[in-house]
Design a protein around this ligand. Sequence first.
Ligand SMILES: [Zn+2]
Ligand SMILES: [Zn+2]
Length: 372
Amino acid sequence: MTDAPSTATVGKHPCPECGGDLQWNAAAQSLRCPYCGTIVPWTPAQAADPGAGVVELDLAAALADPAVDRGWGSDRREVQCQSCHAISVFVDGKVAKRCEFCGSPAIIPHESQQDAITPQSLLPFRISDGQVRDLIRTWYGSHFFAPNKLKTAALTDTLSGIYLPYWTFDSHVHATWTAEAGHYYYETEHYTDSKGQRRTRQVRHTRWVPAAGELEHFFDDELVPGTTGVHADLLRVVEPFPTTSDLKPYAHEFVRGWTVERYQVDLRRAAETNMAQMQDQVRALCAAQVPGDTQRNLVVDASYRGRTFKHILVPLWLVSYTYGSRRFQVIANGYTGKVAGEWPVSWVKVFFAGVVALLLAAIVVYVVLQSQ
Ligand SMILES: [Zn+2]
Ligand SMILES: [Zn+2]
């Protein structure tokens, strides 16, 4: 991997005081020099016209010819973790010594692929590292049985700010459906109970009536994660990322000094996931239109048109720590501050809590016996 001289300075933004490369700062919501601390107000190129530059790309065309490489150019290094296989991208000289997803030191250079689709837009960090430490401390406080090691890990420098790859998809859908709508009705039945008494009861029956309808729907910015480094069940907890309104066109300034994860769920696989999600939703929307009290034999015929996509980056704070032989992750949405985490139960704490509970019970019994 060599730096082409013409692109090596792309997006470089020198500090007016010391010449260091400025970086996006979440607390200042502006550029800040990591060397001398100077804060420089900065407006991204298209900021005057929100939404401009955040372009939806045609899905069919991209699947036919994925050779779109724009955005971060050739001034980047990619490394892959030999342990968890996450690929990290660095757009400046900095390269981490360990994998930020699992802590493994076994990272090797990864050849950047020329057909890789580069991010067109991103959601900049809004939660600063100071804020996220407070949020994680509060979260930790509500998990009494988590081990102290988690607290130490969460509050020291194992906290990393990472831009995660996501795909977002738009599509129009037109669907027609047929089904049988069931209407309940009740009839009075006479029967003899176990004691030989004649009784009556109401029995429910269903009258089935053919039904049909159609549906028009627009899917806007349906998200599919492209990450493999962060555990999927955790991500679902800290979603959503407000990608419809607050997305900014990609600029190196946002990304320099932060880690970027390279997607490993490629466009084709992500588009398939998106299609399956849309089909589920369309079926649910059609089912909701069927009249009556119950339904059966729903058949949906849907056609999707104008499918577009974007490849975007979203901000995430990550703490990765080892406990016993396992790795655990605690994450926070870098835009909304929502926290989710995995934590092993500390059996030491559980044991002592049990001992304390037994002692309290013994004291209560003793006091009750004494007072009699
Ligand atoms: Zn400076
Ligand atoms: Zn790793």
